[in-house]
Design a binder for this molecule. Structure first.
Ligand SMILES: C[S@@+](CC[C@H](N)C(=O)[O-])C[C@H]1O[C@@H](n2cnc3c(N)ncnc32)[C@H](O)[C@@H]1O
Length: 214
């Protein structure tokens, strides 16, 4: 994977040097424990972003520690929808984590940065990634059947509730809907949405996982 620092902190990050060091150690260890194709992609994406000065893509992407939790929660799911593509780092990781998996990702905006990172995929892996530029809270009008949904979009209460309601019927029995940034003070809308929907589920760090009965 090469050498280099994992420089993951936003310019407005207020953590102390010690807190940063601990966080960095956790992310480095988590990166090493990701499935090899995922870890290799994530590291290459980071290096590419750093080389290009693309701090936005680094800022919005799931970190390796969160990625481990997400991949575990979605293990064995072959049709996955992601709401909130951004620079497509997690989109690519979801595809690379399982060889036969099809990943559909929705965003209200086709962020141009994503092409830079999608280009890191082989043609065969890229063919398993399907991008849809529509508001997740409003569409798709007719969502395709999936085994798992990862909600990581606006983090606003109303939009998160609407996204869940749009996708719930499309999820197969036993499938999951996972909410990113749950129980995070920076994104109160996600926790409020889970509460408003009355969902029973499992909180894994800042990921809330709801399982559809059946
Ligand atoms: C935190 S980023 C997603 C990060 C990405 N999942 C990752 O891990 O790399 C949030 C994204 O959600 C998108 N977004 C905001 N509102 C949305 C909505 N209603 N439906 C779909 N995407 C939305 C934004 O344009 C942005 O790209």
């Amino acid at each position: 994977m090469g050498r280099g620092r994992l420089d993951l902190f936003r310019s407005d990050d207020e953590r102390s040097t010690m807190q940063r060091a601990r966080r960095l150690a956790l992310q480095t260890a988590s990166l090493a424990r990701l499935p090899r194709p995922v870890a290799t992609f994530w590291y290459r994406a980071l290096r590419r972003a750093q080389a290009d000065g693309d701090t936005w893509s680094i800022d919005v992407a799931c970190r390796p520690a969160e990625m481990r939790v997400l991949l575990d929660a979605l293990a064995g799911r072959s049709r996955v929808a992601e709401i909130g593509t951004a620079a497509a780092w997690t989109t690519c990781c979801l595809a690379l984590a399982e060889p036969g998996r099809e990943v559909h990702s929705w965003d209200v905006e086709a962020h141009p940065e994503r092409e830079r990172y999608l280009a890191l995929l082989s043609p065969a892996d890229r063919a398993r990634v399907h991008l849809h530029d529509r508001p997740g809270g409003l569409g798709p009008a007719d969502p395709p059947p999936v085994d798992a949904v990862f909600i990581d979009s606006s983090h606003e209460l109303d939009e998160t509730v609407a996204t869940f309601r749009t996708w719930k019927p499309a999820v197969t029995g036993g499938g999951v809907i996972a909410f990113h940034d749950y129980a995070d003070d920076a994104y109160p809308g996600v926790t409020q949405a889970v509460r408003e929907l009355g969902l029973q589920g499992e909180a894994r760090g800042h990921l809330f996982v709801w399982r559809k009965p059946g």
